[in-house]
Write a protein that binds this ligand. Structure first.
Ligand code: ZN
Ligand code: ZN
Length: 91
Protein backbone atom coordinates (compact mmCIF):
# COMPACT_ATOMS: atom_id res chain seq x y z
CA UNK A 1 0.00 0.00 0.00
CA UNK A 2 2.41 2.70 -1.02
CA UNK A 3 2.46 4.12 -4.47
CA UNK A 4 -0.46 4.21 -6.78
CA UNK A 5 0.40 3.56 -10.33
CA UNK A 6 -1.97 4.77 -12.93
CA UNK A 7 -1.92 3.69 -16.49
CA UNK A 8 -1.51 6.07 -19.37
CA UNK A 9 -5.14 5.38 -19.99
CA UNK A 10 -6.09 6.68 -16.59
CA UNK A 11 -3.68 9.54 -16.86
CA UNK A 12 -5.16 10.82 -20.09
CA UNK A 13 -8.67 10.43 -18.81
CA UNK A 14 -7.79 12.52 -15.80
CA UNK A 15 -6.18 15.13 -17.98
CA UNK A 16 -9.28 15.27 -20.07
CA UNK A 17 -11.44 15.62 -17.00
CA UNK A 18 -9.24 18.40 -15.78
CA UNK A 19 -10.07 20.25 -18.93
CA UNK A 20 -6.81 19.90 -20.67
CA UNK A 21 -7.46 19.94 -24.31
CA UNK A 22 -6.82 16.67 -25.91
CA UNK A 23 -8.29 17.00 -29.31
CA UNK A 24 -10.34 14.16 -30.54
CA UNK A 25 -8.93 14.56 -33.93
CA UNK A 26 -7.84 11.57 -35.97
CA UNK A 27 -5.11 13.56 -37.67
CA UNK A 28 -3.73 14.44 -34.27
CA UNK A 29 -4.07 10.86 -33.34
CA UNK A 30 -1.70 9.95 -36.13
CA UNK A 31 0.52 12.98 -35.73
CA UNK A 32 0.98 12.76 -32.01
CA UNK A 33 0.63 9.04 -31.86
CA UNK A 34 -1.93 8.29 -29.22
CA UNK A 35 -1.78 5.06 -27.39
CA UNK A 36 -4.02 2.35 -28.72
CA UNK A 37 -4.96 -0.45 -26.47
CA UNK A 38 -5.94 -3.92 -27.38
CA UNK A 39 -9.59 -4.44 -26.62
CA UNK A 40 -10.25 -7.78 -28.17
CA UNK A 41 -10.51 -9.73 -31.34
CA UNK A 42 -12.84 -9.44 -34.26
CA UNK A 43 -13.57 -11.55 -37.26
CA UNK A 44 -11.14 -10.67 -39.98
CA UNK A 45 -13.93 -10.80 -42.48
CA UNK A 46 -11.70 -12.12 -45.22
CA UNK A 47 -14.13 -14.74 -46.41
CA UNK A 48 -17.46 -16.32 -45.75
CA UNK A 49 -16.00 -19.50 -44.36
CA UNK A 50 -13.17 -17.76 -42.67
CA UNK A 51 -12.81 -17.68 -38.96
CA UNK A 52 -9.66 -15.65 -38.69
CA UNK A 53 -9.64 -13.09 -35.99
CA UNK A 54 -7.76 -9.86 -35.94
CA UNK A 55 -6.85 -7.76 -32.98
CA UNK A 56 -8.98 -4.70 -32.41
CA UNK A 57 -7.55 -1.63 -30.77
CA UNK A 58 -9.10 1.44 -29.32
CA UNK A 59 -7.45 4.80 -28.95
CA UNK A 60 -7.38 5.61 -25.28
CA UNK A 61 -7.65 9.29 -26.04
CA UNK A 62 -10.11 9.56 -28.90
CA UNK A 63 -11.97 6.39 -28.20
CA UNK A 64 -11.61 5.51 -31.83
CA UNK A 65 -11.69 1.88 -32.73
CA UNK A 66 -9.75 0.40 -35.60
CA UNK A 67 -12.05 -2.62 -35.95
CA UNK A 68 -9.08 -4.73 -36.88
CA UNK A 69 -7.93 -2.30 -39.51
CA UNK A 70 -4.29 -2.45 -38.58
CA UNK A 71 -1.02 -3.98 -39.69
CA UNK A 72 -1.62 -7.17 -37.82
CA UNK A 73 -5.07 -7.47 -39.27
CA UNK A 74 -3.76 -6.89 -42.75
CA UNK A 75 -1.18 -9.61 -42.25
CA UNK A 76 -3.83 -11.99 -41.08
CA UNK A 77 -6.03 -11.28 -44.05
CA UNK A 78 -3.11 -11.63 -46.44
CA UNK A 79 -2.08 -14.94 -44.98
CA UNK A 80 -5.63 -16.08 -45.12
CA UNK A 81 -5.91 -15.15 -48.77
CA UNK A 82 -3.03 -17.50 -49.47
CA UNK A 83 -4.91 -20.36 -47.95
CA UNK A 84 -7.86 -22.07 -49.38
CA UNK A 85 -10.70 -21.94 -46.99
CA UNK A 86 -10.75 -25.62 -46.28
CA UNK A 87 -12.71 -25.72 -43.12
CA UNK A 88 -10.38 -28.11 -41.37
CA UNK A 89 -7.08 -26.78 -42.52
CA UNK A 90 -7.82 -23.24 -41.61
CA UNK A 91 -6.75 -22.35 -38.11
ZN1 ZN B 1 -6.41 9.06 -30.71
ZN1 ZN C 1 -9.39 -15.74 -42.94
Amino acid sequence: MSTVTISEDEFLRLKEKAGEVIKRDPTQCLAIGHTWKFIGGANAGCGETCSCSVPVHECIVCGDCDYGDNDEGNDTRQECALLDHNDEAHP
